[in-house]
Ligand binder design. Structure first.
Ligand code: NAP
Length: 296
């Protein structure tokens, strides 16, 4: 499907530094072509020094909205005229839209993360174990809170960073039953986990043979535990393969997700904000997965 760009075509895009690796243009332009709307979604390389001036430029050229990737997700927040409560709690904006008084920002990573989970079960009695306490872990904690998880246990390697992480939720509307733990606690935490989420980059291509947990640790998971690895290259990740083997051989069939669905769903949620209409999620998913496969 060829999308004709004309003088009336409206602009969307993604800012990042670097931005060349972004998968968002593939997904968004596939959805735009399917919808037949007069938009195009572009990669917009913006260096940290150029963020404020880029925003003025986007205003001047009438950009309709944009995605935000590293390293701008926090830095952009003070430059926006409104930031959603959710984005404030997560401490990061990944989607910017136009408002009457300037740019507004929100965070669709949370909706993206919970999308494959929300209808799977009743989460109210569930315990989530989150590996890592960086940026993605913040969206995951907010997501687990939205799911209604009874316990959210965050595991990290730095006691200081864990404490800062825990404190940061204290006065937030997402304050919840959150505890922080060193990796050494995992043998105690894993048997109780209903949902195990890897938010560390361990196992990401090119280190595809690595996993944040050993096969012996994964044997401690119950058969019903859902393993969710935020990484999407390679597919499947070593963690998901090992979890499947451990849970399958030990106790039955397990369910797992990689980060591709979160990526698709956060993009779909953003496109819906910009276009104010339902968007073809399946088209976005297919275009992303085909692109990932074509890259090996
Ligand atoms: P980040 O802010 O740098 O956080 C990474 C976390 O992993 C930190 O807590 C870090 O610990 C921990 N970590 C790193 N290496 C470790 C190791 N060897 N052992 C133990 N802990 C380790 O990164 P991020 O933005 O959260 O991203 C994390 C991962 O999520 C990346 O792989 C990214 O691609 C993925 N992600 C996916 C999506 C999606 O849509 N699917 C969205 C966002 C992120 P320290 O703080 O102690 O260094």
């Amino acid at each position: 499907m060829v999308h004709k760009i004309t003088g009336t075509t409206k602009l969307l895009g993604v800012i990042g530094h670097p931005v060349e690796h972004s998968l968002s243009p593939v997904m968004h332009n596939a959805a735009i072509a399917t919808l037949g709307v007069d938009y195009v979604y572009l990669p917009l390389p913006v260096s940290p020094d150029g963020l404020a001036i880029a925003l003025s430029g986007f205003e001047a050229i009438g950009l309709q909205g944009f995605s935000v990737t590293l390293p701008h997700k926090q830095a952009i927040m003070p430059l926006l005229s409104e930031v959603s409560v959710l984005a404030q709690a997560v401490g990061a904006v990944n989607t910017v839209y136009r408002t009457e008084s300037g740019w507004g920002g929100t965070n669709t990573d949370v909706a993206g993360f919970i999308a494959p989970l929300v209808n799977l079960r009743d989460w109210r009695q569930a315990t989530a174990v989150v590996l890592g306490n960086g940026g993605a872990a913040r969206a995951v904690v907010a997501g687990c809170h939205q799911l209604g998880c009874a316990q959210i246990q965050v595991v990290g390697r730095s006691a200081d960073k864990l404490q800062v992480f825990q404190n940061s939720w204290r006065d937030s509307p997402f304050a919840c039953n959150l505890s922080v733990h060193p990796w050494a606690d995992l043998p105690l935490l894993l048997p109780q986990a209903d949902l195990l989420i890897n938010t560390t980059p361990i196992g990401m291509s090119p280190h595809s043979d690595q996993s944040p947990l050993s096969p012996a640790e994964l044997q401690k998971l119950s058969a019903a535990a859902i393993v969710y690895d935020l990484i999407y290259t390679p597919r499947p990740t070593q963690l998901l393969q090992q979890a499947r083997a451990a849970q399958g051989t030990a106790q039955g069939t397990a369910q797992g997700f990689d980060g591709s669905e979160m990526l698709v769903q956060q993009g779909a949620a953003a496109l819906q904000i910009w276009l104010q209409q339902p968007v073809p999620v399946e088209v976005m998913r297919r275009s992303l997965l085909e692109h990932l496969e074509s890259q090996g």
